[in-house]
Ligand binder design. Structure first.
Ligand code: GLV
Ligand code: MN
Ligand code: MN
Length: 415
């Protein structure tokens, strides 16, 4: 073949912004703004298909594991997958989320593979790009459900019985999407094959803006958890029930939300949020019979998190009694504070000497995997400092720098 018609030794290197523009129309939310891509919704399934197509285009071997995570492998000759390097993130979103939380890590991982393919024809260590399902917990309530199942951090029975807002169980939804719910749970073989996991993610706060840097290495994740509070009162008619005769759980809930804010404000470094509240039955002219709402509490010291939740429960009980109501609190998930692997962090610092080291208040699959294998994270600057909102942003040049940085870090870890 003539030299000028010879195929390139490797496929062209994609750009992160190019890849993300290919999914910019998927899961847009016309009511909330931004993106709503809950796990196994049409939007998230479309993103999964997009990922598989992108992975196959790169010659990666794709399979879906028994917990619904998708793995795209760049194998070493002979196909041994022990001591693999894994990178990736998630494609599901919170309701009305931004375009980068999750997809940035997946697109950057694909570009990092492209870059590495310009440097070597076969990897010196097996490399996989992974997409974890239900990282946000926005459909079934438990964040990082895929990585929790894979590691055994959640009882598969508990996972099977989780329900989405329409009352479908995770078992049913998993079955409808080609999984066998009997086989959900700890995957010893897969876990044993992973030597290290590096997740790239949009920064969800202002750390990099304040430091005027594009990229950071993560040190730790704040401990966090989710609790459901149910306040029972008496459903009744909005017009015929005198104010003195009411047992209104909405009033109790409203007072409790303010009390939660006040309790968290008194504790250094604490964060407490009520972002979702559901009156039952939910009519304008109906005094609710019950209000369910969800509490998210975070603090670097897990004992303080527990004490905060206990204090909130105590205050909620007092308020409920004053309003003639009763309250029940149930833990839905808990993630202790995570410090990332110091050895891996040091390797990343050698590969990225200018990157500052930052902690984060946001949860990630890398945090769930951290007790089981060496994990690390790389953050990319978010000039809005805002996340879980359509305002979340990443500048084009930072996105490409992130992918190059990830490639450099993975290259170093292959050595
Ligand atoms: C996930 O992004 C979380 O921190 O809740
Ligand atoms: Mn995320
Ligand atoms: Mn998120």
């Amino acid at each position: 073949m003539a030299a000028d018609t010879a195929p390139p030794a490797h496929a062209p290197v994609a750009t992160v912004t190019g890849l993300l523009s290919g999914i910019a129309g998927t899961g847009t939310d016309k009511i909330r703004g931004g993106y709503t891509r809950p796990v196994y919704s049409t939007a998230e399934l479309d993103l999964r298909s997009w990922f598989i197509e992108q992975a196959e285009k790169r010659g990666l071997a794709v399979d879906t594991d028994r917990n619904g995570a998708i793995w795209a492998w760049w194998d070493v000759p002979g196909g041994d997958r022990s001591n693999s390097l894994v990178t990736g993130s998630h494609l599901d979103s919170v309701p009305g989320g931004g375009p980068f939380d999750g997809p940035l890590g997946v697109a950057s991982a694909l570009v990092a593979v492209d870059i590495l393919k310009t440097r070597m024809t076969t990897p010196t260590r097996p490399l996989a790009v992974v997409v974890f399902p239900e990282e946000e917990g926005s459909r079934f309530g438990v964040a990082c459900l895929g990585s929790r199942l894979m590691t055994g951090a959640i009882d598969p029975d508990k996972a099977r019985n989780l329900q989405d807002p329409d009352g479908s169980t995770f078992a049913d939804v998993a079955r409808a999407n080609g999984l066998d719910p009997r086989f959900l749970g700890r995957d010893h073989k897969l876990l044993g094959q992973i030597g290290a996991f590096v997740e790239l993610h949009v920064e969800q706060g202002r750390g990099l803006i304040d430091l005027d840097q594009p990229i950071a290495i993560a040190s730790s994740i704040l401990g966090h958890g989710r609790w459901r509070l149910s306040i029972d009162g008496q459903g009744n008619h909005a017009g015929t029930t005198l104010m003195a005769d009411r047992r209104d759980p909405m009033v109790s809930a409203a007072r409790t939300v303010v009390a939660i804010r006040d309790i968290a404000r008194k504790q250094d470094h604490a964060r407490a949020t009520v972002g979702r509240l559901q009156p039952v039955p939910g009519g304008t002219n109906v005094i609710a019979s019950r209000v369910d709402f969800w509490l998210d509490v975070r603090h670097p010291d897990d004992a303080v998190t527990a004490a905060l939740v206990q204090g909130i429960h105590g205050q909620a009980r007092i308020i409920a009694a004053e309003e003639g109501c009763s309250v029940e609190l149930r833990e839905e998930s808990l993630s202790p504070t995570v410090h990332f692997d110091p050895g891996l962090q040091k390797e990343l610092q050698l590969a990225l000497p200018r990157a500052p080291v930052l902690d984060t208040g946001a949860g990630h699959d890398a945090g769930v995997l951290a007790p089981y294998l060496p994990t690390a994270m790389v953050f990319v600057r978010n000039p809005s400092g805002v996340s879980h909102s359509p305002e979340e942003h990443v500048m084009d040049e930072d996105a490409e720098t992130g992918a190059r940085t990830l490639a450099d870090a993975l290259h170093r870890l292959m050595a």
